[in-house]
Design a protein around this ligand. Structure first.
Ligand code: ADP
Ligand code: ASP
Ligand code: MG
Length: 816
């Protein structure tokens, strides 16, 4: 004998019921089958909704009831040929009339008892099983209907009744032993007391009905047919990458379902466990897929430590604490007794080893009742201040790692906590069962999606890591950056196992978000159609999306943007920027951001602040991390000034060369920032700070080579005008240097804790002499590099290399 159970979605409408029939009909070999069915998908909820409306004396209950009626009648009309319809319809109408009478009673009384509620919801399964059995018959199957209430006997605990297994097993055994038809269709979920009153087995209880029948009849298999292809490594509706688990032990399945894997109603395993009847979870809509086999634990189940991750939402945490609890036996016993008397089930328990407090996770729906019951029970101790009134916190969820073989693996909880910590998921309580089949943590409900995904990534997809980028600034650099990501996406995924997605884009006018990732082939269009940009709005959205491995990328040179970094870091969101303003702002702020980055485990990277894509800051960090000390830095750090002094000679006047540099994109939008030395000063300041020195901008000596009126020019055009009038000044600088066989270079240096920037005449034997085009060069003199400096040289300006530097920082975050 085989028992098959079809869930609500599987029997939601005529089309789906046809699929069910095809599955049942394909069982050619089987002589005896029980087919347990749920109510048509959503009908149980509708029946309860109608009841609530009627009790609230809301006339709309009639419309809801009509909707329930329509769904059943439509299903009949589509399944049963017209010639046989009338009998079926009249039977169903008769049942619906009884239901209507019950609702009228509720409307008049304005109240409902658990007994009536069970009576009402039972109609869902009673109707569905009747219609399906009739359809099976007309479709040529050798089928009959049997009311489970005749077989499954329970106590009077309406809403979630306890089964009398002795009676039930005997009833089932004898019924199926003499069953004449090949297929018996039965309603799930419903049962009855010894006096024949209808009871139910709890929401989701049709799985249990099927398991009870399987256990009683020694079935060779229990098949649970549902809307997903098995029990997954995590809820597939939340974790897109989740996969069906091929084989799993009874204990693991029980643990996963107890901790929220709704695909199996938790008590289901129990009746089949002793007889070791395998459970197969299959998909009605993809019957060819293998599904999940639940069986006894053995080598075939695989030895991987974590089998699945599940979550239970709507949890409240109760904390009972006080000095009066220490060393006093029986407090926990009393606490659990109180809860048990109040019929509140405890989902999770943790106790501090000091015995100073006990913390329990229960369903939030029970929180008010629990609080009152506990405070009453401990009234005496509370009045003496020995115990504090119970603390209740709601809005929480439990996430649990489950696996039989976790106990033989070290470091799993460490992995769990560090993964959550890195993603700014705060853990409120933890528990690990002595069996070590389960490690669970209580977290804020708002973090559940992120936590499940990030843990799934860590435990099941180890290889790939998703990086979620929030990019502001899509000018020269930003555009190139997006182009590069677009180009490298495949490579990053395949080689570096990084899945880089751009979730948001913003410029000063517009911003756009797409949680699934913005398509980089037409991002401009998406941005044009975006909403109005706002820095605060952008931040709030990033925060509320709460995605794992989030990175804020600043491609602007704007102060207001730099002022938002702290907010991101405080939310454990990494910041990657080519904007120098923050790293070169006053020392306190620089240090504050660094500290946030450290405390919140959020990288703050700005490699491109110095030498664009050249690995200057990274090299510096590696030197220091490996114990080296920086003595002196000498550098040409301005691609723009280098371009200017490399091209300016007797043939090309200074003004024209600067103009050209600006046109070719080698200068800041305001070239004065370059020519006055401010930009270079910022860079040496950043290098000095990254070398471990406390320095501020004012301490940097800056001997400007520009005449005063150029420095004072209020606008860019006026600045260029002043340059024209000072040809003689610039030519003289040039002539003086060439007379000595030297070249002009704008040099930044840091030595003995002091920094300076200025124009220098560089002799022909100096490493700076042959610096071409817009190249940068940095010499580090350190403990290890005393005589011959460590030298880094290469293109130090331009959108392309800057973009690639930002990219490199993103990859650094990814491999963090
Ligand atoms: P049925 O109506 O067939 O009994 P349920 O809705 O009760 O179906 O259970 C199936 C649903 O369980 C899936 O659609 C899925 O959303 C949810 N679910 C939660 N966790 C898991 C998991 N780990 N594996 C599979 N499904 C899960
Ligand atoms: N119809 C019931 C419910 O929705 C039982 C079930 O489908 O398992 O809870
Ligand atoms: Mg179910």
């Amino acid at each position: 004998m085989k028992v098959l159970k079809f869930g609500g979605t599987s029997v939601a409408n005529a089309e789906n019921i046809q699929k069910v029939k095809a599955i049942v009909a394909s069982e050619k070999e089987e002589k005896n089958m029980a087919v347990v069915v749920s109510a048509l998908g959503g009908v149980t909820d509708l029946l309860l909704k109608t009841a609530a409306q009627a009790v609230a004396q809301d006339e709309n209950y009639k419309a809801t009831l009509e909707h329930i009626e329509d769904r059943h009648l439509e299903t009949i009309q589509e399944l049963i040929p017209v010639t046989s319809q009338s009998g079926v319809i009249s039977q169903v109408k008769q049942k619906l009339n009884q239901l209507e009478t019950l609702y009228e009673g509720l409307f008049l009384l304005g109240e409902i008892t658990p007994r009536t509620s069970d009576k009402i919801v039972s109609y869902g399964e009673v109707l569905s099983s009747y219609i399906i059995a009739e359809f099976f018959k007309v479709a040529g199957l050798d089928a009959t209907l049997k009311d489970s209430r005749d077989l499954i006997k329970t106590n009077k605990h309406f809403g979630k009744a306890l089964v009398d297994f002795k009676l039930t097993n005997t009833n089932c055994y004898f019924y199926f032993r003499s069953a004449k038809q090949k297929v018996t269709v039965l309603p799930g979920f419903v049962a009855s007391t010894s006096e024949g009153e209808t009871t139910t087995l709890g929401r989701g209880g049709s799985d249990y009905t099927a398991a009870i029948i399987a256990g009683a009849t020694d079935a060779k298999v229990l098949e649970i047919w549902t809307d997903v292809s098995g029990m997954f490594t995590a809820n597939p509706k939340v974790v897109k990458q989740a996969k069906a688990i091929a084989k799993i032990s009874y204990e693991e399945a029980m643990e996963l379902s107890h901790f929220g894997a709704k695909v199996l109603y938790p008590p289901t395993v129990q009746p089949v466990l002793q007889k070791q009847i395998p459970i197969l979870i299959k998909n009605t809509f993809a019957p060819e897929e293998v599904g999940t086999l639940i069986m006894k634990d053995d080598a075939e189940n695989g030895q991987q430590p974590v089998k699945g991750i599940s979550n239970v939402d709507k949890i409240a945490l109760l904390t009972l604490e006080g000095v009066g609890m220490v060393g006093i036996p029986g407090i926990s016993k009393r606490l659990f007794e109180v809860l048990s008397q109040a019929e509140i089930s405890v989902i999770m328990i943790t106790q501090a080893s000091s015995e100073h407090s006990i913390c329990l996770g229960i369903s939030a729906a029970d929180a008010v009742k629990a609080e009152a019951a506990i405070n009453t029970a401990f009234e005496y101790e509370i009045s003496l201040n020995k115990i504090k009134p119970v603390i209740v916190e709601a809005g929480l969820s439990i996430i649990a790692l489950v696996g039989d073989h976790m106990k033989s693996h070290q470091g799993l909880s460490g992995k769990l906590f560090s993964t959550l910590g890195k993603n700014n998921v705060n853990i409120r309580a933890i528990a690990q069962g002595a069996s070590e089949r389960n490690i669970s943590a209580v977290i804020d409900e708002k973090d559940v999606n992120k936590a499940l995904n990030v843990l799934h990534e860590r435990f099941f997809e180890e290889q790939t890591k998703q990086l979620n980028l929030f990019v502001t600034g899509v000018g020269n650099v930003g555009e190139k950056f997006l182009q590069q990501i677009h180009q490298q996406k495949k490579f990053l995924k395949e080689r570096l196992k990084l899945n880089v997605r751009v979730i948001a884009l913003s410029n000063s006018r517009k911003m756009v978000f797409d949680e699934g990732g913005i398509s980089l082939s037409n991002w401009k269009e998406a941005l044009d159609n975006g909403e109005q940009a706002s820095l605060d709005g952008f931040f709030k959205k990033v925060k509320s999306l709460n995605l794992r491995n989030s990175i804020f990328v600043d491609n602007t040179a704007t102060e207001l943007v730099a002022e938002t970094y702290d907010k991101y870091l405080k939310n454990s969101i990494a910041v990657v920027t080519c904007n120098k303003i923050a790293a070169a702002s006053d020392y306190k702020n620089y240090q504050y951001l660094k500290r946030l980055s450290h405390n919140y485990n959020a990288p703050f990277l700005f490699e491109t602040n110095v030498g664009a894509g050249l690995p200057i800051i990274d090299t510096l960090k590696n030197l220091i991390a490996s114990g080296d000390r920086i003595h002196t830095i000498k550098a040409v750090l301005s691609g723009s000034l280098n371009f200017v002094f490399n091209n300016f000679d007797t043939e090309h006047n200074f003004h024209d060369v600067v103009q050209q540099a600006k046109e070719e994109g080698y200068t800041e939008p305001d070239p004065k920032i370059d020519l006055s030395g401010v930009d270079v000063a910022r860079k040496i300041l950043i290098l000095a700070r990254e070398s471990g020195f406390e320095l501020d901008m004012e301490a940097i000596k800056n001997d400007p080579f520009l005449p005063q009126d150029s420095l004072d020019a209020p606008t860019v055009p006026e600045f260029f005008e002043t340059l024209k009038t000072h040809d003689a000044h610039f030519n003289e600088l040039y002539a003086k240097a060439s007379a000595k066989g030297a070249r002009l270079k704008y040099v930044a240096s840091f030595e003995d804790g002091k920094a300076k920037v200025g124009l220098e005449e560089i002799p022909s034997d100096h490493p700076f002499y042959n610096l071409e085009g817009k190249d940068n060069i940095v010499l580090f003199y350190t403990d290890r590099y005393q005589e011959q400096p460590l030298l880094i040289k290469g293109a130090g300006a331009g959108a392309d290399v800057t973009a690639s530097g930002i990219f490199a920082d993103i990859i650094r975050v990814g491999s963090n």
